[in-house]
Design a protein. Structure first.
Length: 134
C-alpha cells in the first residue's frame, strides 16, 4: 500500500509498503525496480501523448482560424448563407476541440505525470504479515 508522507514530513515523500508473505521469495529491491520502471515508462508514454496533444491542438486551431477567415472572405462571393453558417460551426468545433485537448486532456496527463514522478522517487519498504520488517 502507499502512504503519502508529504503532510507528515513537509516534503514530497511517498512510501510504498510491500506485504511480504511467507514462502514468497521475491526480492524487495526487484519489486521496487519494477514499480519504478513501470511508473517511468508510463510517464514517458504520457509525455509522448502530451506532445501529440500540443501538435494536434495547434493544428486544429489553425484549421478553425482558416475556416473563420474563409467565411469572412466568402461574403464577397455569391455563396449561400447556410453554407457559410455551416463552415462557421465547423470552425468553432475545431477550435473547441483544440481548447479541450490543450487545457483539459493535457492537464490530466500532467497531473498523472506528477504522481508518477513521486512514485519513481518513492521508498519501498518490505513488511511481513505480522507488521515486522524482514
Amino acid at each position: 500500500y502507499l502512504k503519502d508522507m508529504a503532510s507528515d514530513a513537509g516534503t514530497n515523500a511517498l512510501l510504498i509498503f510491500l506485504e511480504m508473505r511467507e514462502g514468497l521469495r521475491i526480492e524487495a529491491d526487484s519489486v521496487a525496480r519494477l514499480i519504478k520502471r513501470h511508473a517511468s515508462d508510463k510517464a514517458r508514454r504520457n509525455h509522448a501523448v502530451i506532445t501529440k496533444i500540443n501538435r494536434n491542438s495547434t493544428l486544429l486551431t489553425l484549421v478553425g482560424m482558416l475556416l473563420i477567415a474563409y467565411t469572412q472572405v466568402s461574403h464577397l462571393l455569391p455563396l449561400q448563407y447556410s453554407l457559410n453558417e455551416f463552415v462557421v460551426i465547423v470552425a468553432w468545433v475545431f477550435m473547441w476541440t483544440a481548447v479541450e485537448l490543450f487545457f483539459f486532456d493535457k492537464a490530466k496527463l500532467a497531473k498523472e505525470n506528477k504522481l508518477l514522478a513521486r512514485i519513481c522517487e518513492a521508498r519501498v519498504v518490505p513488511r511481513s504479515q505480522d507488521g515486522i520488517r524482514p
